[in-house]
Design a binder for this molecule. Sequence first.
Ligand code: CP3
Length: 363
Amino acid sequence: MTSFPQAAPPSRNTSPSTPDKPFLRTLAGLPSSRPPLWLMRQAGRYLPEYREIRAKAGSFLELCYSPELATEVTLQPIRRFGFDAAILFADILLVPQALGQGLAFRENEGPVLEAIRTAGELVRLDPKGIHQKLAPVYEAVSRIKAGLPKDCALIGFAGAPWTVATYMLEGRGSSDHAAAKTWAFGNPAGLDTLMEILIEATAAYLERQIEAGAEAVQLFDTWAGVLPEQEFRRFCIEPARRIIGRLKDKYPQVPVIAFPRGAGVLYDGYAAATGADVLGLDYTVPLGWARDHLWPKTVLQGNLDPRLLVVGGPALAEGVHRLLRSFPERRFIFNLGHGIVPETPIRHVEELVRLVKGAEVSA
Ligand code: CP3
């Protein structure tokens, strides 16, 4: 490589165009000796130290709203595994709660919300006080930032409007998303009204996270894959485009990772249509197709099946190597294709870290 002797040495940690942290360097398309590594749901029930803090907090939501404890659980997997990025500990459903919708997390049942049944009920959602309610999350972001090792980046996040809406309209997790799809097909204008509220709240929420210290943000569209193309464009792509557009207006240097889980062939074109800098691939996306069709255009993140991390052994090693071989140079972030599951053995995560960190990748 040619050197540029006249150029002043890059100032460390001050110029957004030459980041120091490996994760941010990869997001900026810069070379690295191995792919940076973090895992969706890396803070969670598979860790005994998480279970201990969770018990101390009393409930999952109390944990989310305690800046001190949320900081602690965010940092636990960083200390244990040395991941290249930490993700804020919070939940995508804090936004509907801040808008005034009742929310509880019940043991073995997941989230339960006061379902919105009619478009008339949308007026009950009140965006005015959201930042006051979400202030403990912003406080956690700044505490985490202060406590991070210097080469570890901080990711903020929010749920994408469609995925958040599926819980708001159904009142719980669901396998067929009947309520939300009924709105999408039967009352799309009503769903647009909800989307407007969520676009505004989500963009403002992510802006505050960035102001508090998040160095990248991820938009989780966990249920993007349940919509046909036309509705996917209206309720997944368009809201993501609006949110990312707002973030880019204010913080053009902050990378946005989009995770439109289950988007299938519609992953192609998603980054260009929304302005996302990175595509998070779910574990069903074929690697050869991703390499040929997505990778030339976008930094990719993913997509090891979380179940492989439960199984471990040669199946895990083979899955890891297949990914490393598929994306042998820069512009790839090693992650799972969905979140870690609670029954994941810690020694398998250690093995994954060893396999990925041992990988010398030519830049
Ligand atoms: O470590 C991290 O990734 C950061 C924290 C994080 C959580 N939830 C903590 C959590 C993040 C990024 C999320 C995102 C989230 N939350 C999504 C999108 C990503 C995905 O997994 O698809 C969704 C759909 C939710 C909503 C949600 N939160 C559900 C459906 C559930 C119940 C299922 C479950 O795993 O229990 C939660 C609870 C939740 N969120 C837990 C954690 C650690 C477990 C709660 C507990 O400790 O009891």
